[in-house]
Design a protein around this ligand. Sequence first.
Ligand SMILES: [Zn+2]
Length: 240
Amino acid sequence: MKLIDKEGYEYFEIRINKAVIVFFTAKKDLNFYIASESGKQNLELLKQWFNLEEVGCLNQIHSDIVHDHSGEVLQGDALITHRENIGIGVFTADCVPIILYDKSKNVIAAVHSGWKGTFDRICEKTIKKMMSDYGSEAGDIVVYIGPHIGSCCYEVSKELIDSFHSSFDLQAAEIAEEAESQHLNLQRYIIKQCINFGINNNNIFTMDICTFCCEQHEMYSYRKDNKKAGRMFSMVYLQD
Ligand SMILES: [Zn+2]
């Protein structure tokens, strides 16, 4: 993983086979909030920066809806494609951005998973669609979990913790830890979804950056900055 400076903006880049994964930070106020003019312009700019034909995104609604990239901005929270030179990505400010890559069939996916999407298993549903529609096999899929609000800073209601505990299979120690602290560990549930579908633990990589308390990099955090928070973009594309 490399940290790249682009005209004062900043992103993490991971290159693996034909896939390039990009996690933007909020440095120099780079904002992809799609409802704003500057957000739209910044998305447009990515075509030049990365030499892409299109950059696909969604009108995100905290759902478990997974789409194939079509060029249209649909309602949903995960995008899949196997086409080259097409960027697909998700906007986040605390929610979890997840990038999936099938190294063998060259299929990529970008997933937006906040607590609702995590609870509704959107990551699992994306893997399922990669398998059924693109012939992906679990052993070929690598997973990158980008910056999001860590359990360090994500205190939630007891009711929410309880509903996660009754819906997911957890170890006693995991249950005790969350019940006591009342801090939800979204990443844990996303990793569980991947492992449930046969993805190897060694093929799951986490950035371990908390959007709320990270001091080393600038991050947008909705919980910290509320309506003032911008949106980061996490993107993946295939290129020869
Ligand atoms: Zn934190």
